[in-house]
Design a protein around this ligand. Structure first.
Ligand SMILES: Cc1ncc(COP(=O)(O)O)c(C=O)c1O
Length: 455
């Protein structure tokens, strides 16, 4: 056996977000790719394709990186939350909770998955820019912290919390005036964002909440973007949050938590170069500490909400190669048995991925091909112009980095059932999500009686 990462220049198994493949990826003596001790072609045989394969060791390593780095670099209390929008399931909820993490949910579905998965309710926060009464009630009744996003939340909660009830545990989301994309960021007074309170609304909403006996404001929250490679914006964010903390405490709120959101990027392809989890945590921790010390503020508990960087690189999606179309001088299309319904990121964001053949990942890559999905959409292309070793129909293609925003953004377009997911560790594979069947997709269909009339 040899470690696969040694054949991936620039990858870093010490920080899963910088390692394109799961950190347990190995090559056996026959040249097959294994993840979590399981041969990928055997998993494809046993469970069928497409198949999401999640590596438990990679997820645990990422959780430990966040927990340990916060304990090392932040002198106050801290709590990393898993942003479950990246990939929500009972098993993942249980796994992150067992690593001492909390969880961020944005809907009733994500919330019940976390609660039933065993995440302690005092480690869950509920986000959302248009929470329903049902979602707010569920959160309140379970003692989940609710992130107030707008006046509508305040109005609904003032009706929901009974007069003699325990106060709702709240955070307040602000729009920090920092907007970030992978390679650029801006600072501005007003952001065009549907989330949170603008900086110039902050004082009045803090005063408003202080007058509400049902409200217990424990924290302030901001999130500046996703797949971010820069660290500088987080230094700026610490200053914005410390100013807000100072104002909230002056108004009389005993704010305990500062939640700086998620956003750390990952390595999808060789040219991506995100900071490691440890490096990111080090900078956000020092920045928060410095911002508080320079304002004479008691250190808050530092919360962050990684999604992508915690889960994306733990997963490989397996597809079976099917038809081939060669357009001389233009392109060769190879189609797989999945596509935009199990991974909508390429068609939505033009995202790039890395892939290899599961039975000969190290073979000489001598042919340029484009991997197309099977959906009725010309744009349904998973990987454009990648090099593979003369791939043949029937072979298994392994696409890396598919753990975040794939299954959670999946659809049944063309009435294609969702793939199953297995979690692998030490040579064992366990199903965490069953394969949908075409018949499952009919279960919510109804035919009105009048359509049943003959003729
Ligand atoms: C409020 C909030 N927190 C956390 C995250 C997770 O971000 P990421 O997956 O980039 O870490 C998001 C993602 O959009 C978010 O909106």
């Amino acid at each position: 056996m040899s470690k696969y990462s040694q054949y991936e220049p620039g990858c870093d198994p010490l920080s899963p977000n910088r390692n394109i493949s799961p950190i347990t990826s190995e090559i056996d003596t026959e040249g097959n790719l294994l993840v979590g001790g399981c041969k990928l072609t055997s998993l494809a045989e046993q469970y069928g394709t497409p198949l999401y394969v999640l590596d438990e060791a990679t997820i645990r390593a990422a959780c430990k990186s966040y927990v340990n780095a916060l304990n090392t670099y932040y002198p106050g209390k801290s709590l990393p939350l898993y942003a479950s929008k990246a990939n929500s399931s009972l098993t993942i909820s249980r796994l992150v909770a067992s690593e001492g993490m909390g969880l961020d949910a944005v809907s009733e579905g994500e919330l019940i998955t976390a609660l039933k998965g065993g995440v302690p309710s005092n480690r869950i926060v509920l986000h959302g820019n248009n929470k329903s009464e049902k979602e707010l009630k569920l959160a309140y009744q379970n003692g989940v912290t609710i992130v107030i996003d707008n006046q509508h939340d305040i109005e609904q909660l003032s009706e929901i919390v009974p007069e003699d009830g325990v106060p709702a545990q709240l955070m307040l989301r602000l729009t920090p005036g920092i907007e970030c994309h992978t390679h650029e960021y801006i600072r501005t007074g007003h952001l065009d964002s549907k989330f949170g309170f603008d900086p110039d609304q902050l004082e009045s909403v803090l005063i408003q909440l202080k007058q509400m006996s049902w409200a217990s404001l424990n924290g302030l929250h901001a999130h500046i973007g996703s797949q971010i490679f820069e660290i500088e914006p987080h230094r700026d964010l610490a200053g914005v949050m410390a100013d807000a903390l100072s104002l909230a405490r002056k108004i009389g709120h005993s704010v305990r938590d500062i939640n700086i959101g998620g956003g750390l990027g990952i390595k999808y392809v060789q040219t991506d170069d995100p900071p490691s989890i440890e490096e990111w945590v080090k900078v956000v921790s020092y920045s928060m500490k410095e911002a508080c010390l320079s304002r004479n503020l008691e250190l808050p508990r530092l919360i962050c909400e990684p999604g992508r960087s915690l889960i994306a690189n733990s997963c490989v999606t397996l597809y079976r190669l099917g038809s081939r179309k060669e357009i001389p001088g233009i392109r060769t299309y190879l189609s797989v048995d999945g596509g935009m319904s199990d991974n909508p990121r390429p068609i939505t964001y033009q995202s790039s991925y890395t892939a290899c053949l599961a039975d000969r990942p190290l073979a000489q890559k001598d042919e340029k091909v484009t991997i197309a999905g099977k959906h009725c959409e010309s744009g349904d292309v998973l990987l454009k112009d990648i090099l593979l070793p003369s791939p043949k129909s029937g072979e298994i293609l392994a696409v890396f980095g598919t753990g975040a925003y794939n299954v959670s953004m999946s659809s049944n377009y063309n009435r294609i059932p969702r793939p199953p997911a297995v979690i692998v560790n030490n040579g064992h594979a366990d199903l965490t999500q069953r394969r949908e069947q075409p018949e499952d997709l009919l279960q919510y269909d109804l035919i009105p009686d009048r359509f049943m009339e003959v003729g």
